[in-house]
Design a protein. Structure first.
Length: 109
């Protein structure tokens, strides 16, 4: 992926929101890599985007951080993101779950 993010997102002081996307991939790429790269680049441009972390070892977990619920709704409704969601349902994910949580406190070292 050429669009680089720090391995651990540098978020502002809480509160803010986390969108947790957990998935099981289907076999093969079928355009997944290019679309994932585009979604990271596009998300970074969205108002209210604060950062993202992602890992995959069998189960994929991507956590994106957002200033508020309105920013999350706008991202979910973005036309290119809607297309990625559609293709995810049709091609790339055997199973997926999205959870939205309010981050009330965070700790780092």
């Amino acid at each position: 992926m050429t669009t680089s993010l720090p391995p651990i997102a540098q978020t502002p002081p809480a509160p803010y929101y986390a969108v947790i996307f957990t998935s099981l991939r289907t076999e093969g790429d079928a355009g997944y890599g290019a679309m994932a790269e585009r979604m990271v680049a596009l998300a970074q441009q969205q108002p209210g985007f604060l950062g993202m972390e992602s890992a995959r070892d069998g189960v994929g977990i991507t956590v994106s951080y957002w200033r508020d619920l309105a920013s999350i709704r706008a991202w979910k409704a973005h036309p290119e993101h809607l297309e990625a969601q559609r293709l995810g349902h049709e091609r790339w994910y055997a199973k997926a779950s999205t959870r939205i949580a309010l981050v009330e406190r965070d700790y780092s070292f």
